[in-house]
Design a protein around this ligand. Sequence first.
Ligand code: 6R9
Length: 650
Amino acid sequence: MSSTSIDSLLHEKRRFAPDPDFAANAVAGTELYERAADDRLAFWAEQARDLVHWHRPFTETLDWSKAPVARWFGDGELNVAYNCLDRHVLAGHGDRVAIHWEGEPGDTRSLTYAELTVEVKRAANLLASLGVGQGDRVAIYLPVIPEAVIAMLAVARLGAVHSVVFGGFAAESLRARIDDAGAKLVITADGAYRKGKVLPLKPAVDAALAAGETTVEKVLVVRRGENEIDWTAGRDLWWHDEIAPMSDEHDARGFEAENPLFILYTSGTTGKPKGILHTSGGYLTQVAFTHKNVFDLKPESDVYWCTADVGWITGHSYVVYGPLANGATQLLYEGTPDTPHPGRWWELIEKYKVSIFYTAPTAIRSFMKLGREIPQKFDLSSLRLLGSVGEPINPEAWVWYREIIGGGTAPIVDTWWQTETGAIMISALPGITTTKPGAAQVPLPGISVDVLDEEGAHVGKEAGGLLVLTEPWPSMLRGIWGDEQRYKDTYWSKFANTYFAGDGAHLDEDGDVWLLGRVDDVMNISGHRLSTMEIESALVSHELTAEAAVVGAHDDTTGQAVVAFVILKGRLAGTVTPQEASDLLRAHVAEQIGAIARPRQVFVVEELPKTRSGKIMRRLLQDVAEGREVGDTTTLTDTSVIRIISDTMK
Ligand code: 6R9
């Protein structure tokens, strides 16, 4: 093993073979792997023809002559919104529900494909009347309400480019994204419901636009919170007033396959946010392919629910484009999981008979903290498939998810991908793969993955290193908006002709991939390179722990030392003192994975600093652990957690 590889300490041996009944009815078959292995480009061309409607068919599959900028299906033309709407209506599915929406206060709205198509046509007419055309950028700063989906699709229908900004970001972050993209229109709401209160949104837009000259000409405001807002005459327009007179006729014209579809700024746990650029044909092909096969979608009978905010890539690919391209029926929920009560999500699954459920490990761990009694009050028997995304899922959380939420039978797909990859890249296929708790496992058909050491050599089985993608894929990013050099430097400079993902990974004895977290987070303890993920999993495997974050902090003797921050399970928190918890957990880690990984310190905390998509911001914890001033917190959900954690350590 090379000195730069990552040492793996976790030994998870549980295996779950596919259920024969599930396998017999599964959407995906092993022939997908065979076809893709046989001719990768022909495989993707077949998927593109099968899953996407082309206004003008393509003849060319991939042009990689301008690498690392790819052209997929380059001479084809399509309309992304038409693919998500009109064609389903024309195929006779107009009466199928596209979206069951539930607001946080319990108000509801259902839109069939026919109704959603009409709404998007009217919105497209409205945007066109405001001067939005092909290539123009539109910033969308909305809560998870149907208008967010309608606005995104209306922008796409016109061949314009959306940049969705999380409703939780403050004025400064919003302004930076508006400026970087040069947006001419902002679509927002007066306010959003969050934890039982109205969170004002429009004032953040006002503040953002007040800070000097701007490219923004108009602000469209959806009424949602009914909170008092200021109004700038001539600039601000109410969505409902403007859309009322709009025609519900709108012809979707074809745009070239490489027409930009959206810019999305990475949630980024470090550094200035990057405007990741995605285009149309390849993106739509791969999100539709993965949504269908990874989630075993049966559009006539399934009710699908992805809990992601539309402001995250998961919301783009697996709330908007993938499910709607596939004609799925889905649930869209505005609020947080615990409002007005901690069983809210399970209540929604029971109410809508959700069959496919896709969420993040951070949510699963927070439910584990509250205890199984809460989900067990609800009928979750409609669930037949569970997905996980956003972080490595600790084996204990995986098993809990399967047993308590999935009734011990629903297969789990742990899906590895990134804003940059656009769609799922590494995942089990349900009905085919024997799953392993904690591992994303296998590259999807048509995807080429490897794990390399620092010198670029394949690490071999039972070894760890850096995850790379060795061939271009249809939904790959086409660049960083306005910064081609940064695109090359960030992803393509470490290894020749190979995409560097920035994640550590381990290959097991079967050659399956186990993700180890961001390479930036790898610790070096007395010369051993250890992943934060494995020590966190060991901490979470103790009955006291609900959630854990581990960082490497400077240590005079060992170079770095392991410092852990843990949240205890609610019902056990009062049973031990912080000192007792620390002693127990330090001993537990040493016993589970070895003395080298024993934390120098374990701090019991109430919360951990996270990004909006639930990723732990270990950099900030490292600042705290090393007694430094805490760095950039603009993407942090709640800045007070850092102060609280610092206080705990005094
Ligand atoms: C989709 C999304 C990307 C980073 C990625 C990795 C982590 C996501 C994961 C996972 C292990 C999984 N990540 N899914 N790590 N197993 N199933 O999360 O996009 O917000 O851009 O983050 O998230 O570290 O590099 P994004």
